[in-house]
Design a protein around this ligand. Structure first.
Ligand code: V07
Length: 247
């Protein structure tokens, strides 16, 4: 299986180490099929399994998925509670495959205010896969880019006030050390951002980390985004990377 997927990609092609995806178009996909929005979310969750497995087989080192933003709390209550059950569903069915694939689950986001059951399930998945050495599957969950930057600034301000750092020594790397993605080490910054469904914005996702990333906007709705789409987007990344490298 891993070899099957890998063979679809020319070995000359450079695979991004860290791919980040804004999984957009779930609601519109459902609408197109005359189904409720939550049907789109459910189908979108199933597609996370397909794409995460393929990315792992293609040799991606980290895959970050924007699952829930700090702004999504303003959606209707019913939709929010459905979304909060998706991680429970996800790990309930996909945990054995994650273990088999040697995938390490991480979460980037503010996990303290999540519903109890959701928080527990997510933290357990992180704990249960912490010694895995394969691809990092990083869920941006209750994440917001500005909130992350504000949080980093606050941490440094506190340290400056209590005297443990000299504010004049604050630089890029010290700042990055306070961001939630610091746990990803040298994989913190995505090489490639993909947004599905044709929207061309970053919507508060990884504002700091995307500073130098290639961005590919794919027209496919997330529930229909296939391994072939992923491979096409990696090829587009490779073409840009080559142009850049040849100057
Ligand atoms: C969600 C499915 C994917 C498309 C985007 C909207 C709906 C997987 C998760 C998830 C999150 C954390 C985690 C494990 C799985 C998820 C939400 C929505 C809120 F640790 N898919 N998915 N979470 N959708």
């Amino acid at each position: 299986m891993a070899e099957d997927i890998k063979r679809q990609l020319d070995p000359e092609i450079s695979v991004p180490k860290h791919i980040a995806i804004i999984m957009d178009g779930n609601g519109r996909w459902a609408k197109k099929k005359g189904q409720p929005r939550i049907a789109g979310h459910k189908e979108g969750m199933n597609n996370v399994k397909t794409i995460a497995t393929a990315a792992s087989h293609l040799g991606v080192k980290a895959l970050s998925l924007y699952a829930f933003s700090t702004e999504n709390w303003s959606r209707p209550n019913k939709e929010v509670s459905f979304l909060m059950r998706l991680p429970v569903d996800f790990f309930g069915t996909f945990m054995p495959d994650l273990i088999k694939e040697n995938i390490k689950v991480m979460v980037t986001g503010f996990t303290d205010h999540l519903p109890d059951r959701t928080r527990k399930v997510v933290l357990k998945a992180v704990e249960d896969t912490k010694d895995n050495t394969g691809m990092i599957l990083n869920f941006a969950f209750n994440y917001g880019g500005r909130a992350e930057i504000v949080n980093a600034a606050k941490n440094l301000a506190i340290e400056a006030v209590n005297g443990s750092i000299d504010p004049n020594t604050i630089d890029d790397s010290m700042f990055a050390g306070q961001l939630l993605t610091n746990q990803l080490g040298d994989l913190a910054d995505p090489d490639l951002l993909i947004r599905t469904s044709g929207e061309e914005r970053i919507s508060n996702f990884m504002l700091w980390q995307l500073a130098y990333s290639e961005m590919v906007f794919d027209k496919t709705y997330w529930p229909e985004y296939s391994v072939e789409n992923l491979i096409d987007d990696i090829k587009e990344f490779d073409r840009r990377d080559r142009r850049f490298g040849s100057v």
